[in-house]
Design a binder for this molecule. Structure first.
Ligand code: S3P
Ligand code: PEP
Length: 741
């Protein structure tokens, strides 16, 4: 059934003609009538099949319309008023009118001038689509497909009229948005009108140059890409400039200011300022391109929905290098940004979480080059050099980013808000907000201490002695980072050892950290000096392949250059206690962190009671360890691990649910789990498990396939890119039968 009866298009060019073709192609209207002042243009539109009938005289065409029909005014912006004047006298009742003009303020003024108010049948609109080509011969039925249409209805716009216009655009394949006239005109001034001003002016400038022939002869792709829109219709663009004057002037003024500061940077040879503009622009443009493609920061996260299909069986073998340590990658960006001088990082994890931290510091004015193959160059701004970001800092899925930043930002002289994705928005933040408030920070949270966080400028912080109620490196780090800005000493005392990368890296940047058993102390008012950071491979990522080799007979895998910091090596101790065959080779110290190649060969496993002291040292490795437990003879019991319930998912419940689906008896307890293992043969049935968007749950169940009887499908795996973007590739390369859909 058609969305509209007849469609009357006034002005049969690219915009009007494409709308007509799209509705015809969708079978969404009964007939198209075109009105154009030149008879030949009307004839051409008929010949091209764009209209069924063509008129030169608007009142005559209007006389054919009935209630339920639609008029599309597609004339240059400044001609809209004269069209409205004719509609006033000849438009039959019940007919809907919309338009495609690029400026909405002038359409509203024209309507008010003609009718004295916005008539209820008028639904102003603007398709955000076009081409530098113009005229009916350029019209295409897919011009609007997957493009956005902005409608700016008035409070009195009739609901039926609005619905008719929305449905017509949807039939053309477009996505319909609504906004106010003012907002529309400002957004378009910045994103469309200003670029056209610049393109027209640049080409005009060059064309007047005496050497222009040569210039155009040698102008290659860049010039062509950048100036394509200077071939657009001059009349249309003249009209837009006149109709949206105020908003365009504002956009030109802001741009002129930035262009002249770029000029000064070039004139004075200010390389840092140039790198600042170029790296920020590149990051923004790349991010924007990915946003349009509905991707996030990293290339691997191509689709919103990723499903892993893991075929049963196989062994793993070979030498593998998993990506850089996530905890150290975050901290390298943070401390490098706050240091004096240029910090070079290698081995940086190019995963979503670490990239979110990187982007946050770019947003706060830090010039960061890369990452290129794990290399990042950070032009430190000093402890007091961060600038207020232009908007909220979006930290995606990353708890570490949000909690450490809360501490680091608590002592800045500006307000900043921290937001995250659906999972991060459910995670507890009072564990950092409370101690920081004790230091004098002003932090607002969402309901029940959840994100978003608003960290306000609070003046001078004071040092505290903080006894951590839970073993958390994120809480410890947040307090110590705030301590850099606090008066006097700030100490943390932890109930059990947790990862100490913050303490080690601060020392690596020349900042004194006193460590005495469970206590770590910093004194405010010092200085960080740029450093070289070599980030080893992440033991939390290596853990999936360690477990893979440990459970599949015949496996022999070596994980190269893995960080084995004693606050992170719980997975080695636990697997060994279960009977795992693990050899540390080539143990060495790199940049203050112990590193080794870890060789794991298959050996039968047995269930154990996991020592509670190991829990914080293996906190992220439990999803993988639960798979090992399911493949071990006897029962494995975990206690003292309630922290697992507040990670990217409730990891105890998520794993218990998935294990049960796969036929393993797994009983969750308040602070742990009891898993009944099976030795020998297939352990897991096939089935579909939900990773709940938690990267470590997804990877753990992929590893389980090595001992499965049937195919395992794992849902919602896109977040694997947060910590291990090339997991599937390495998994397949080493022997898993994994497919990503
Ligand atoms: O400080 C860090 O880099 C991290 C600390 C741990 O979190 P908690 O501090 O919440 O235990 C860990 O789970 C997380 O993946 C990274
Ligand atoms: C808990 C994790 O990370 P975060 O807290 O940074 O989201 C993790 O990587 O397992």
């Amino acid at each position: 059934m058609g969305q509209v009866g007849r469609l009357l298009v006034i002005g049969v060019g690219l915009i009007g003609g494409s709308f007509a073709l799209a509705l015809k192609a969708a079978g969404a209207c009964r007939e198209v009538i075109g009105v154009t002042p030149q008879r030949e243009a009307g004839e051409q539109a008929k010949t091209l099949g764009v209209v069924d009938r063509a008129y030169t005289h608007l009142p005559e065409a209007l006389g054919l319309l009935q209630p339920g029909d639609l008029v599309f005014v597609a004339v240059p912006t400044l001609a809209v008023e004269s069209v409205f004047a004719q509609l006033k006298d000849y438009l039959p009742a019940g007919v809907t009118v919309t338009d495609g003009a690029s400026v909405k303020g002038s359409v509203r003024s024209a309507a008010e001038k003609v009718w004295g108010e916005m008539p209820s049948f008028l639904v102003p609109g603007h398709p955000i689509a076009g081409s530098e080509r113009s005229g009916v011969s350029a019209a295409r039925d897919d011009l609007y497909r997957d493009h956005r249409i902005i409608l700016t209805p008035a409070p009195d716009t009739g609901a039926d009229h609005l619905r008719r216009v929305v449905q017509a655009w949807q039939a053309a394949g477009a996505e319909v948005l609504e906004m106010s006239v003012e907002e529309h005109d400002e957004v378009l001034a910045a994103t469309s009108h200003l670029p056209h001003v610049i393109a027209f002016s640049l080409v005009d400038t060059l064309a007047h140059d005496a050497e222009n022939e040569n210039i155009f002869r040698y102008a290659a792709g860049g010039f062509r890409d950048f100036t394509r829109i200077a071939s657009s219709d001059p009349v249309m663009w003249r009209d837009i400039m006149l109709a949206n004057r105020e908003a365009i002037l504002k956009a030109i003024d802001l741009y002129s200011l930035n262009l002249s500061s770029l000029r000064s940077a070039i004139a004075s040879g200010d390389s840092a300022a140039l790198m600042g503009v170029f790296t920020r622009a590149k990051a923004a443009r790349d991010h924007f391109t990915k946003m349009l493609a509905k991707q996030a920061y990293s290339e691997t996260m191509q689709a919103q929905e990723v499903t892993f299909i893991a075929q049963p069986g196989g062994t793993v073998s070979g030498k593998l290098r998993v990506p850089g340590d996530k905890s150290m990658s975050h901290r390298s960006i943070m401390l490098g940004s706050l240091a004096e001088g240029v910090t070079e990082v290698q081995g940086f994890l190019e995963g979503e979480d670490a990239l979110a931290t990187l982007q946050a510091f770019r947003d706060m004015g830090v010039v960061i080059e890369g990452p290129h193959d794990g290399r990042v160059t950070i032009h430190g701004v000093g402890l007091h050099g961060l600038k207020a970001p232009p908007g909220p800092l979006y930290l995606g899925n990353s708890g570490t980013s949000m909690r450490l930043l809360a501490g680091l930002l608590a002592g800045q002289g500006f307000d900043v808000s921290l937001t995250g994705d659906e999972s991060l928005s459910k995670r507890p933040m009072n564990r950092v907000a409370n101690p920081l408030r004790e230091m004098g920070a002003i932090i607002e949270t969402g309901p029940e201490g959840r994100p978003p966080l608003l960290v306000k400028s609070a003046g001078q912080l004071s040092g505290i002695q903080y006894q951590l109620p839970m073993a958390s490196a994120q809480v410890k780090s947040a307090v110590l980072l705030a301590g850099l800005y606090a008066q006097g000493e700030t100490s943390t005392v932890e109930p059990a050892p947790t990862r100490d990368h913050t303490e080690r890296m601060l020392q690596g940047f020349g900042y004194s950290v006193e460590r005495d058993g469970a206590r770590a102390t910093v004194c405010g008012g010092g200085e960080l000096k740029a450093a070289r950071i070599d980030v080893p491979a992440d033991i939390s990522s290596a853990a999936f392949f360690m477990v893979a080799a440990a459970i599949s007979p015949g496996s022999d895998v070596t994980l190269e250059h893995v960080g084995i910091n004693p606050t992170r090596d719980g997975v080695i101790h636990i697997l060994r206690a279960m009977g795992g065959d693990i050899e540390l080779q080539n143990t060495r110290t790199v940049g203050g962190e112990p590193v080794a190649d870890i060789r794991v060969r298959y050996a039968p496993l047995r269930g154990i009671l996991i020592p509670e002291a190991q829990v914080p040292l293996a906190i992220d490795e439990f999803p993988a360890l639960f798979i090992a437990a399911a493949c071990a003879q006897g029962e494995t019991v975990l206690t003292g691990a309630e922290e697992l319930r507040v990670k990217e998912s409730d990891r105890i419940q998520a794993m218990a649910d998935g294990l049960s689906v796969l036929g393993v008896s797994a009983n969750p307890t308040k602070d742990g789990i009891v898993i009944a293992g099976t030795s020998g043969g297939p352990v897991f049935t096939g089935g579909t498990v939900d990773s709940l968007g938690d990267h470590r749950i997804a990877m753990a169940f992929a590893v389980a396939s090595l001992r499965a009887r049937d195919t395992i499908r794992i849902l919602h795996c896109a977040n694997v890119a947060t910590s291990f973007p090339n997991f599937a590739e390495l998994a397949v390369g080493s022997g898993l039968k994994l497919q990503q859909l």
